[in-house]
Design a protein around this ligand. Sequence first.
Ligand code: SF4
Length: 483
Amino acid sequence: MHTTERKPRILIVDDDLAHFKMMRAVLKVEVYDIVCAHDLASANKLVLESLETNNRFDVALVDYYISEEERGDVFAHRLINIVGDIKVVIATSDFVTAAELTVDVDGKLIKTTDWLHSPDTLVEKLESLLEWKRKSHYSVSHQIKRWIATESMGLGLIDLTFLTAEIIGKKGKHGRIEKIIGTRQSDRRSVVTVVYPEHPGDEVIPISVHSTMGCTQRCKMCVHWHSHRDENGLVVPFIGPLTANEIVAQVYHSFNNSSRLLELFEGNKSKKTIKVNFTGEGDVLCDNLDNAATAIRRLSSIEYPWISSFTITSVGHADRLREYLDKYIDLPRVTHYWSANSLDPAKRDWLMPASKGQSLEELRDLHHEISVKTGRPVTTSFALFPGVNDRDEDVALTAEFFKDWLDVPIKLMPGCPGSLKGYRDITTAEVKAFQRKLFAAGLRNVRFRKIYGTSAYAGCGTTQPVFLVGLSKLGQRGVARRY
Ligand code: SF4
């Protein structure tokens, strides 16, 4: 029996009118306040209204097959995760589906047996759920913002249903790093979204996402394209591009799991914004431009939290850059980085073999065109290795190459320690010496960036070697080891 005057509010999400009518008959209107949504769009609207008016639903009965874009259990997961004080039951007519549900819900009902032939089961289930309360961790304003944010990302997160969300937080020299590991349902392979540490006083929290699994570029100093293995333990350099939904889902997953990102939804306390860097696995420009562009358009429509920029980092490819200029130059808030690494063609071919045959001058000019058209300068970056690309001839080549653009932004960083076999790690002093020589040669905008990579493993080529090696040793069973 209910002890308060308020009738329990039940949300039924089901496109089958017959089931809905049957439930209306079983669940007496004198006892329950029943609201029905026949599709996910109206269910989303009703949940948002319930948050805005603080007229919460106590229980949601959600049809597993409510939509082709977002399965009922994924919607249920969002309800529990964001709304908190709601209980969710998945309804299906299929025993196998019920047995295999991967999302942790509060109950399952088999439509034929539990509803049609034994209506008391439905009432009993509801009453038992109404007896307890799940505590909501978030304020109402927080819940509203998160609901709107996940709505704005678009539905269809089904493509990357994460089975695990292991969060590894580590307080490093530069602050707290969070790595959010999600395992793709279809093949149990993992993505690691990294929430970088912020510099003190920084208003931007950078996160690193993957654009592909594995990589086609096979850069010599990359430590992760050779980390994916098949079931026989053999290297699989490139698994494939991530879909737009999978890219969006990485960001969604980090919103739901990173304590620092969750804080951004809280009232107006934080003015911080997010920067989404395509610096995880893969060369987004060369290997997954269309899907990344779709993901950027969807993510840029989110208001809470505000994604202030997207970073596309690429080794560069003339045809892909032309395609970008033709089709995607209007993408909002995108900043480009060109990983040149060496302007000596032979050295560059050795370091980045997939880029062989590309004209460096053409890549430079196309990047310059992007800078002019977007008003956002393209940074040319060099990961330095001692004796490889920090020689005096590299200084001369760089100065000559950019002699007409002396203000071009150049970023220098130490190559990831241990990543280039046969070469020792470069020191900070050596990178700074190279920087001074470039200044002396006339270049005016050369900055030095310490890599987070040594502690965060979040840059292209350094994303997650520890984890992937760990995973491959474990046969990609979706279990990551801590470091
Ligand atoms: S460094 Fe980046 S572009 Fe090169 S192989 Fe690794 S992930 Fe691909």
